[in-house]
Design a protein. Structure first.
Length: 737
């Protein structure tokens, strides 16, 4: 049969990208008079990764008729947009008839309620219809909720391929990079691959969010969802509008036999939740909200023993960039226990996240529906970047200001500066500064000064106590508050986190930096791998692993006999590292100690984590030995309880290596309650071409691209470019400081 098309007098205004390759795709059948309606729906399908083909309203001819027929033969299925225009179009009727005769699955979307005619009721009357009510987002969600279009979606990656989310907290205003539509389709909706179960079958111990047909939650792999405030329907992707509020939800459930809970078997341990949110979404480019659940997995397998699982939401805007800001006090946990309705702090948006639980935040959640729960929070959208900005900086006696970390000597005099700006077109009232200084740092009396549009003004020295209300700031007005601090000479902790908080009627901002006192307390007996000076630790340390574990199992090579293909950290006798599977180390910063894979962390010190990478392919492997899409992602424990341990871990992934990802970790343990923080700006890359190239804070979220000359994700197998390392600094503080 040959399909003949009539001449179209105008080229259709359809804008969605047409797929013309050999992978499975959906043939779109529509009446060209409906192009304006259908175009927006097709753009939505393309944005969620669906390969589509339609005739684009081109002129007819014998060649085009042959092309049309061939695409109908080649397609995986047909999606028809039924309307009065469609029913009266002989071409549309021919297309759908041809697809049915070829045995192609057919999906129907009704654009209006025009009765069937011309024999269509006989052929289409028993096929399920989806009705379009004008809500494009809802239609796309419904079309994608089943598996009918799954075979026609672009391949998704189960590695850490995510947008630029904030790590330190919701509000650091990291901007998204622009990415083309093809790259956007690669973002994973869930991961990693793991054993899955039906509701009526149980794993040996338990599994987190791994049931595919739960009667209430459905497929638990998709545990992140979003909705516009005030609406009922939760979705996995949404188009944002300016000046609106949105709710995000993460559901969690431990799948296991409830009967085993009494025996202590079906109890999930150390479950934490974290959420990463992009600060800005650009028109026609996706942002991704990523929810992660971290747990110690009960059994080995495709998922690492200690691993994150994640689910993502795609967010989109049409006309102008939108900035996202967290609505304070809206992050809450919901469950059937005593924690129900408890407000969560902004640590939910940190890399380490927050522990979950039933009656307390113990990290323990039993199996079964009785103990499942959710976390929700709200954010609002704006067409401008927040209402104010705050930047904390410090200068030493030479007068040079820095905003991340300053290394000083005991006795140095420092000048702190907090710069506040009203970025709106309205007044901000009761702008109040309150600073937090590290233990032992004291403000020098009489040095507090405010510089703003009204001139210089001396202020009282209560900024570190009750704070200072500096009044009203008009549109786009900037204020600069400065004061001096003396670094103590005595034996105090060698690093201090200092923070400035600025509030006003309607919001707040904060900014932090670190002061490192070089050379302080480097003879501390605790700064060794396994301190033996305190016998309390000896027995307990026997239960603490020597390293954070590596994976997956893979073929290993030697320096003399390297790989013939691209693979990372798979050499057994590396001249620098030895066994490359053990590629994550840590040491106390600037203390003369060595890198180890297990270490006690002590409040008041900095720790440097080290990640080595090496493309183990032979230099003669050429193009087949070149790794592409190389990405490094790290994580670390943000809190350690007394006599507990956590792991600094790193995952190196690539798009063409075998295996696609390798991981390793090292152990940090604490004798007292401590918190760990990333030192902003301290992540740096060292290789044959760069000595300290700064890396983005995304290293703790979606990860950062590595490279030789540029951060382009390409690492060749040449001797000069194949290897390098990354370092980051972590500060350790008392938990109650």
């Amino acid at each position: 049969m040959c399909i003949t098309a009539t001449i179209i007098e105008e080229v259709s205004a359809m804008a969605a990208k047409v797929y013309d390759g050999t992978e499975p795709f959906v043939f779109i059948s529509y009446a060209h008079k409906d192009a304006e309606i259908v175009s927006e729906i097709l753009e939505g399908l393309v944005r969620v990764g669906t390969r589509i083909w339609y005739d684009e309203g081109l002129f007819s001819g014998a060649d085009w008729a042959v092309k049309l027929e061939q695409r109908l033969i080649d397609c995986d299925r047909l999606l028809a947009f039924i309307s009065g225009n469609f029913i009266e179009s002989s071409n549309c009727r021919d297309e759908i008839g041809f697809a049915l005769n070829e045995g192609k699955p057919v999906l129907l979307v009704r654009l209006d309620d025009t009765p069937y005619a011309h024999g269509l009721k006989l052929r289409l009357g028993r096929i399920h219809h989806t009705f379009f009510d004008g809500d494009v987002d809802a239609l796309i969600e419904e079309l994608m909720s089943g598996n009918e279009l799954e075979s026609c979606k672009s391949a998704v990656s189960t590695r850490y391929e995510f947008w630029r989310p904030s790590v330190s907290r919701f509000g650091s205003w990291l901007m998204q990079e622009e990415r083309n539509a093809e790259d956007e389709m690669l973002y994973a909706e869930w991961g990693p691959e793991r054993p899955l179960f039906h509701e009526n079958e149980y794993p040996e111990a338990w599994a987190l969010n791994s049931c595919v047909d739960h009667h209430e939650l459905g497929d638990e792999r998709y545990f992140a969802s979003i909705r516009k405030k005030g609406t009922e329907r939760w979705q996995r992707w949404i188009t944002l509008e300016p000046n609106e509020r949105y709710e995000v939800r993460l559901t969690y459930r431990v799948h296991g036999d409830p009967e085993k809970v009494r025996k202590g078997v079906a109890l999930a341990q150390k479950i934490k939740a974290s959420i990463h949110v992009p600060e800005c979404v650009f028109p026609y480019h996706y942002g991704v909200i990523r929810g992660a659940l971290h747990a110690i997995w009960p059994q080995p397998g495709p998922i690492a023993p200690e691993q994150e699982i994640w689910s993502s939401i795609k967010i989109y805007t049409r006309d102008s960039p939108l900035f996202l800001s967290f609505v304070p006090m809206t992050a809450k946990i919901h469950n059937g226990g005593k924690l129900d309705g408890t407000v969560l702090g902004t640590q939910l948006f940190n890399a380490g996240g927050v522990y979950l639980g039933v009656n307390n935040f113990s990290g323990v959640v039993p199996a079964g529906d009785k103990y499942m729960g959710s976390i929700t929070f709200e954010f609002k959208t704006r067409a401008h970047q927040g209402d104010c900005t705050i930047l904390r900086s410090v200068a030493n006696k030479d007068g040079e200001f820095v905003t991340s970390m300053l290394e000083v000597k005991p006795g140095d005099m420092l000048t702190f500066k907090s710069t506040f700006e009203n970025v709106t077109d309205v007044d901000l009232t009761n702008v109040t500064f309150r600073d937090v200084l590290g233990k032992g740092l004291e403000l020098v009396p009489g040095t507090t000064n405010l510089k703003w549009f009204g001139g210089d003004q001396k202020l009282s020295d209560c900024i570190a106590a009750n704070g200072i209300n500096t009044g009203l700031y008009g549109p786009h007005v900037t204020g600069e508050l400065t004061y001096q601090v003396q670094v103590p000479e005595s034996e105090l902790p060698c690093n201090y986190i200092t923070t400035t908080n600025v509030s006003h009627d309607g919001g707040w901002r904060s900014s932090s930096l670190l002061i490192h006192v070089d050379g302080h307390m480097t003879d501390d007996a605790r700064l060794v791998e396994d301190p033996e000076h305190d016998p309390r630790y000896a027995e307990w340390l026997e239960s603490v692993p020597r390293g954070g574990g590596w994976g997956p199992e893979r073929e290993m090579f030697t320096m003399k006999h390297p790989s013939r293909y691209a693979v990372f950290n798979s050499i057994l006798d590396n001249n620098i590292l030895g066994d490359e599977r053990d590629f994550v180390r840590v040491m106390p910063y600037k203390t003369g100690k060595k890198y180890v894979n297990r270490l006690q962390v002590v409040p008041g010190y900095l720790y440097q984590a080290y990640v080595f990478y090496d493309n183990a392919a032979s230099p003669s492997a050429g193009e087949s030995g070149t790794a592409r899409g190389v990405r490094l992602r790290m994580s670390f424990p943000t809190k350690l309880d007394a006599m507990s341990y956590g792991k600094v871990s790193a995952t190196i992934s690539a798009s063409n290596t075998n295996p696609p990802a390798v991981w390793n970790g090292c152990i940090l343990w604490a004798a007292e309650d401590v918190v760990m923080r990333y030192v902003p700006g301290s992540a740096k890359l060292y290789n044959g071409r760069h000595e300290g190239l700064p890396l983005d804070i995304d290293i703790f979220c979606g990860g950062v691209l590595l490279g030789a000359d540029a951060l382009d994700g390409v690492i060749s197998c040449s001797d000069a470019d194949a290897y390098g390392h990354v370092t980051v600094l972590l500060s350790c503080e008392e938990a109650n400081a």
